[in-house]
Design a protein around this ligand. Structure first.
Ligand code: SAM
Length: 338
């Protein structure tokens, strides 16, 4: 395998993978534990979370090594990252690393009302909140917990704490929330919240998982057909792979993330680290370099960076479910961090 070394451009370190993609974004899963049981996340069931996820010190060391290689954007995810009792310390530790330009978090929002201000004070810049329905009863059916009001309060708390731009992530599902796409679009008129429809991704190897995906997958082009006329729009900060539009008079944008119908692997700038400390170069590849093991053995800074370079060098050209939507070996998004 060819191994690239970081280069410099105008003083900024640039790390590219073997396909010439610049890797500047690290997604860190801080726990496998989740307080929701979303129907699409683990179609074969949720397994017990790993008992000792990466510590604050381990996360900080990985971030320092990653930043030295050109990573500038960090996102915390999970499981549910706000379940970590030390989430504010994690944010503080990462925000203290010089070179981190963007620090964001993806959450189900349940604990956000309580934590939004402390997270903002600790250095968190913005949040993405997952919300697949605007109807209370349906919410409970999708996530397994009667928590719509708590999540709604969490979104408002994020706005009050100026964790902006706020993005609402909606997994679009046929027969589950396809009658609400226009309601979600209207949110961008009523609030400064960017709404992004995410295509359902295949998770898990089983007949039940395949059946769930086949029954509920809906392509972004069909979601767009449910909506009033949209015009193309500039993207909000940290937009990543979403295609962005705007309704007339809207305060915020509508985005479409299409991992299945039109994958964006050619623009993928991400490296991931799981809560177990494995460096993964693709959302659909649970195997990778064991950063946790190396840290436990007292790895030097240089060797830790070499491990990150190796992980980046293993990044596949394209995720494995490709054009034929093969169900993948990832059995729960909560383990990989979505
Ligand atoms: N607990 C946090 C949350 O709910 O946002 C972070 C972890 S969650 C695994 C991250 C994102 O992955 C969420 O927006 C969730 O909707 C998305 N996700 C999980 N399973 C998915 C699937 N099968 N297809 C598409 N998106 C999925």
């Amino acid at each position: 395998m060819r191994r690239r070394l970081p280069s410099r451009w105008r003083g900024q370190v640039i790390m590219q993978d073997n396909f010439g993609r610049t890797i500047d974004y690290l997604r860190i899963s801080v726990t496998e534990a989740c307080n929701f049981r979303c129907i699409y996340c683990a179609p074969n069931g949720f397994s017990a979370p790993h008992e000792s996820p990466l510590s604050v010190a381990e996360i900080e060391r990985i971030v320092r090594a990653a930043v030295a290689l050109g990573i500038t954007k960090i996102r915390l995810t999970g499981g549910e990252p706000l379940l970590r009792r030390d989430i504010v310390q994690i944010v503080q530790a990462i925000a203290s690393v010089a070179g981190v330009q963007d620090l964001a978090l993806t959450t189900n929002g349940f604990l956000l009302a309580r934590l939004a201000h402390d997270l903002a004070d600790a250095g968190l810049k913005r949040v993405n909140i997952s919300l697949d329905t605007l109807r209370r009863d349906r919410f409970t059916d999708i996530v397994g917990v009667d928590a719509f009001d708590a999540v709604w309060a969490g979104i408002h708390a994020a706005q009050a704490a100026e964790l902006a731009p706020i993005k609402i992530n909606v997994v679009a599902m046929r027969g589950i929330n396809d009658d609400e796409f226009a309601d979600f679009a209207r949110l961008t008129i009523e609030h400064p919240w960017h709404v992004r429809f995410i295509e359902l991704m295949p998770v898990g190897v089983s007949d039940a998982a395949r059946d769930f995906f086949n029954r509920h997958f809906i392509a972004a082009s069909e979601v767009i057909a449910h909506l009033p006329a949209l015009s193309k729009s500039d993207a909000p900060q940290g937009n990543g792979p979403a295609r962005t539009y705007r309704l007339p008079g809207a305060q915020a944008t509508l985005g479409f993330i299409t991992p299945a119908s039109e994958h964006f692997c050619n623009a993928c700038n991400r490296l991931r680290v799981t809560a177990r400390g494995t460096l993964c170069a693709c959302l659909f590849g649970e195997r990778g370099e064991d950063a946790r093991g190396a840290l436990c053995e007292g790895v030097s800074e240089d060797k830790l960076q070499a491990l990150l370079v190796r992980a980046i060098g293993s990044k596949p050209e394209q995720h494995p479910f490709g054009d034929d939507f093969k169900i993948t070996s990832v059995d729960a998004m909560s383990k990989m961090g979505g």
